[in-house]
Design a protein around this ligand. Structure first.
Ligand code: C2E
Ligand code: MG
Ligand code: MG
Length: 569
């Protein structure tokens, strides 16, 4: 019996020893100890009580464990209580109380075992206490190292941590995440004029005011010096941030009272978004920072001004970017077609597809604004693919309606599309699904593409030619490419930029158009004059020998349905 008892005791002790090194909550381990004691010793219940208030850990069953223990235990039918001290050196900080149903003594071995268990419990508790204290210290340290000591705001490290969490959440919730970078204008001047103490106080006052603008769950961090960052998560639309931007604007319209000095100070704000399903990363911080610098460049130096308004433009572009993404899904994009006519007989020989976007709030957004935004954000591949697909479909309808009228379709292409994944395959697929003759398709590329003539791009252009698709060099003369390039590129058409056509009235303008046209013809290229606005320009381009012309003189860009009507006429 004794051996068996010792075995069980040592089993409990070793089990207990193992738990000491784990992160188990103290309460659970003590519960477990108390349960096992009952199995090892001839007692009916056991209680650990801590009498030292050094322990933050609640003792077991404390409520029903009064100091006047004997009468209470007798009342509930317990006959004997044995108390073993929990010791730390000579100090006693608690007890292990064992209760028996029957009166009488525990035998000597049980008494030794009980004290052993009490000692082990004591060692465990001291260990756990030390662990908790170390944890609290490190939490305090963490807290300090993650916050800015001047303003108490989260610092850059904590911001980056929050951004990581935001990334995980954004993947789940498919909402908008935004980062707004705010930099005080002329903060250095405040420091220089009033001293650093006033500068520090200004930062505190500003941070308190900014804190009032954010929703719970958003983060306002002090990034460095006079830079603050807002991290806003789980927004349903880009409009939510515009509201915040407006509130920031209003906040800086009010002067700041800093140690009795009234300071009017401005801020430059840059904003970047990640839309639903997009990656949230520290890239967002970089983009917001860049937007802020663009805003700052627009400021007038030398004065402390409220200038969030001037930051609006870069905010606007980022908002537009988000809206463009939504527009793709919401079918707000459209394609207009501008006829291209043959100089010889004035007949429509083709159309150019031009992207159109009617923004629900702003009305028409010009491709000159939209295309660069789409290029910067990488959306251009999707937008471009949409334009191609849509215009090939329209073209298919026209040729089915009028199989006797051959009509070329010209579509603009950005360099970013060419460098994307397998562009040739996308074009082939679009042609295929619209059942379109590749020889009717012209892809318009700009000189910047030619200038970049990397092997990769040249391969793509050659691939397009191999499909039977023709390539046009758009806006010729606006870039840096020289006439000598024309012969070296895999192009079939040159579109002379409307700037030259506008100057065609004077001798030098006319000479340039004539020279380009002649050279192009020598090289076997076809020439299109762009931006023909009046009859003089029409006559001049046709006299020079431009094969085709395009411009308001002939027709404005128009909806697909109007092209249908035009073909009937
Ligand atoms: P672009 O390819 O040179 O297209 C011709 C532009 O000149 C069009 O402007 C057209 O409306 C305008 N235009 C036509 N005739 C006249 C005229 O007689 N006088 C004047 N002043 N302008 C005339 P839009 O539609 O605003 O497009 C601007 C540019 O945006 C295009 O220039 C093209 O580079 C780009 N773009 C348009 N759609 C797309 C697209 O789907 N993808 C890409 N990547 N770029 C596009
Ligand atoms: Mg074009
Ligand atoms: Mg052009």
């Amino acid at each position: 019996v004794v051996v068996n008892g010792e075995d069980r005791l040592s089993a409990v002790l070793s089990e207990f020893a193992r738990t000491v090194i784990t992160e188990f909550p103290i309460q659970r381990i003590l519960d477990h100890l108390v349960e096992r004691i009952i199995e090892v010793l001839p007692v009916s219940s056991a209680v650990v009580t801590l009498i030292s208030n050094e322990f933050s850990v609640a003792d077991l069953r404390q409520e029903d464990h009064e100091p006047t223990i004997a009468p209470a235990t007798v009342a509930v039918g317990l006959a004997a209580v044995f108390t073993f001290p929990l010791r730390h050196g000579t100090e006693r900080f608690g007890t292990l109380d064992l209760y028996c149903d029957a009166p009488g003594m525990l035998d000597a071995a049980d008494m030794v075992a009980a004290q052993t268990l009490a000692d082990v419990a004591a060692a465990y508790l001291l260990n756990a206490k030390a662990r908790d204290e170390a944890l609290a210290r490190s939490e305090r340290f963490h807290q300090i190292s993650m916050h800015d000591s001047l303003t108490g705001l989260p610092n850059r490290r904590l911001l980056e941590e929050r951004l990581q969490h935001a990334a995980q959440r954004a993947r789940r919730t498919r909402t908008y995440t935004s980062v707004m970078f705010l930099d005080l204008d002329e903060f250095k001047q405040v420091n220089d004029t009033y001293g650093h103490l006033v500068g520090d106080e200004l930062l505190r006052v500003v941070s308190r005011r900014l804190l009032r603008l954010i929703r719970s769950g958003d983060t306002l961090a002090r990034f460095s010096g006079d830079e603050f960052v807002f991290l806003c998560e789980e927004m349903n639309s880009a409009g939510d941030v515009e509201t915040l931007a407006k509130r920031i604007d209003a906040t800086f319209a009010e002067p700041f009272d800093v140690a009795g000095i009234e300071l009017t100070i401005g801020a430059s704000v840059g904003l970047a978004f990640a839309g639903p399903g997009e990656d949230v990363s520290s890239d967002l911080l970089v983009r917001a920072d860049m937007a802020m610098y663009r805003a700052k460049r627009a400021n007038e130096p030398g004065r402390i001004t409220v200038d969030v308004r001037k930051a609006r433009r870069s905010i606007d572009n980022d908002v537009l970017e988000v809206d463009l993404r939504a527009a793709l899904q919401a079918d707000e994009l459209d394609v207009a077609y501008q006829p291209i006519v043959r100089s010889a007989d004035g007949r429509v020989s083709g159309v150019e597809a031009l992207l159109r976007w009617t923004h629900p709030g702003r009305g028409a957004v010009s491709p000159a604004v939209m295309v660069p935004i789409a290029e910067r954000s990488g959306l251009i591949s999707e937008v471009g693919a949409w334009v191609l697909e849509r215009s090939c479909r329209d073209h298919g309808r026209w040729t089915r309606l009028h199989p006797d009228i051959p009509l070329d379709l010209a579509v603009n292409v950005s360099v970013r599309q060419l460098t994307g994944r397998d562009y040739c395959a996308d074009v082939a697929a679009a042609l295929d699904s619209a059942d379109m003759d590749p020889r009717s398709l012209v892809l318009e590329i700009t000189e910047s593409i030619i200038m970049e003539h990397s092997d990769r791009i040249m391969t793509v252009l050659a691939g397009l030619n191999a499909l039977g698709v023709r390539l046009a060099l758009d806006d010729f003369g606006t870039g840096y490419s020289s006439l000598s390039y024309l012969g070296r590129m895999p192009i079939q058409i040159v579109k002379i930029d409307r700037g030259f056509i506008a100057d065609i009235g004077d001798a030098s303008g006319r000479a340039i158009v004539a020279a380009v046209t002649d050279l192009a013809h020598v090289l076997g290229l076809t020439v299109v004059a762009e931006g023909v606005e009046n009859v003089q320009q029409r006559d001049a381009t046709s006299a020079i020998g431009c094969d085709f012309a395009q411009g308001y003189f002939f027709a404005q860009p128009m909806p697909a349905a109007s092209i249908e009507a035009l073909l009937v006429a």
